[in-house]
Each structure stands twice: as structure tokens, then as C-alpha cells.
Design a protein around this ligand. Structure first.
Ligand code: ADP
Ligand code: MG
Length: 197
């Protein structure tokens, strides 16, 4: 039976670069070794409409994508107008969102539901910063990826950062409902549960 008080659920997706680089096992290992439990797991080659439903559409979220580009441009003294023709975070964000649809449908994905204590924040910590060049060593992105918005945007593509993980309980609920039917999520106990918490 689900123990809703003790556990939280989050949605994790290994992106096409993670799958094609043979990092499925490494990524799952890091999640499991921390004491988090995989309760659903499958591979899918997603359609653009599915990815479009996966990522938020509100202007705040889109602007935030653009801000990531602008922050990196400021840091490295690059001119967004010269490079991208605009310094409007919303316009840049919209472009980035369309590149995301290309990226996420460029190969198969491994999608899972991960359950555990503070699972959403814990998995985000294991994953590391969205911008691989800034990600801490010891995180999945920090140990296995190098990409940065200034390079990615120049090439008109999304940042390749191996993995997606829900950021908030609302995102987690939305994504789990989008990618999984209730029968695909399983209830079982890991043997360490009585010892670890
Ligand atoms: P995260 O995946 O860490 O939650 P976001 O939700 O901010 O990051 O962005 C979703 C995905 O969009 C990122 O993982 C990355 O692949 C891509 N992305 C984000 N910002 C940019 C950007 N400025 N330029 C290119 N791609 C980006
Ligand atoms: Mg996100």
C-alpha cells in the first residue's frame, strides 16, 4: 500500500543523449543507491505533442528558460542581440522551448517514477544544475556532461543535460499523470526500508 505520509513521488526522464550514451544503468544506480525506489519504469520514443504537454506553457516558465541564456551571455560577455537577434527573455525562451521538442524526440527516453523521502528535492540534488557547465562534481550532470546555453543557442538547440527531474510537487503530479497510468506504478518494499528510515 502507498505510504503517502512518508514518501513523495517524482518523475525522472533519461533524455535521448543519456540513453544514446549508454548511461541508463549509471543514472538508475545513483538514484537507487541513495535509497530512493523506482516504482515505474519504461522506454518510449515520444511524440512532439507529448513533450509539448510535458513542459509548462506559462510565460513565467518560458521567460525563465530565456533568463538562463541571458545569464550565461552576461557571464561570458556575449551580446544576445548580436547572437540571437533579441534580448527579450520570453522570445528566447519560446525558441528554446521549440528546440526542446526536437531534442526530446531525437531518440528514445527512459521514463520513471521515483519514490522516497523528499524525492523531488533529493533527485534534483543528484541530477545537478540545468546548465552542465555549472553543475557540481558528484552530480549526474556535473560528472557526465559539459554543455552550456551560449554554445547550444548558437547551434539553435536545447542544452544536452542527460536527464529531466520534476522541480515541484505540481510538476511531479502533472508529469506522472501524463506519462503513466495508475496500473504502471507498483507498490513494494525495499529490504532496507526498516533500517534506513
Ligand atoms: P531542468 O531540466 O534542470 O529542470 P529547466 O526546467 O529550466 O531545467 O529547462 C528544461 C530544459 O530545457 C533543460 O533541462 C535544458 O535541456 C533546456 N534548456 C533550459 N534552458 C535552456 C537555454 N537557455 N538554452 C537551451 N536549452 C535550455
Ligand atoms: Mg525543469
Amino acid at each position: 500500500m502507498e505510504n503517502t505520509e512518508k514518501f513523495e513521488r517524482t518523475c525522472v526522464i533519461i533524455k535521448p543523449d543519456g540513453v544514446m550514451r549508454g548511461l541508463i544503468g549509471e543514472i538508475i544506480k545513483r538514484i537507487e543507491q541513495r535509497g530512493l525506489k523506482i516504482v515505474a519504469l519504461s522506454m518510449i520514443w515520444a511524440k512532439k505533442e507529448q513533450i509539448d504537454s510535458h513542459y509548462p506553457k506559462d510565460s513565467e516558465w518560458i521567460k525563465r528558460l530565456g533568463e538562463k541564456t541571458l545569464g550565461t551571455y552576461r557571464k561570458y560577455g556575449l551580446d544576445p542581440i548580436k547572437e540571437l537577434g533579441t534580448d527579450d527573455p520570453y522570445k528566447i525562451g519560446l525558441e528554446v522551448r521549440s528546440w526542446l521538442l526536437e531534442y526530446m524526440t531525437s531518440g528514445p527516453l527512459v521514463k520513471m517514477v521515483v519514490e522516497g523521502i523528499h524525492a523531488i528535492d533529493m533527485v534534483r540534488k543528484i541530477v545537478g544544475s540545468s546548465i552542465p557547465a555549472n553543475a557540481e562534481m558528484g552530480t549526474i550532470r556535473g560528472d557526465f556532461s559539459v554543455d552550456s546555453p551560449d554554445i547550444a543557442n548558437r547551434e539553435k538547440r536545447a542544452i544536452h543535460n542527460l536527464i529531466h527531474a520534476s522541480e515541484t510537487p505540481q510538476e511531479a503530479r502533472h508529469e506522472i499523470e501524463l506519462w503513466f497510468s495508475p496500473e504502471e506504478i507498483f507498490y513494494y518494499k525495499r529490504t532496507e526500508e526498516n533500517l534506513m528510515f
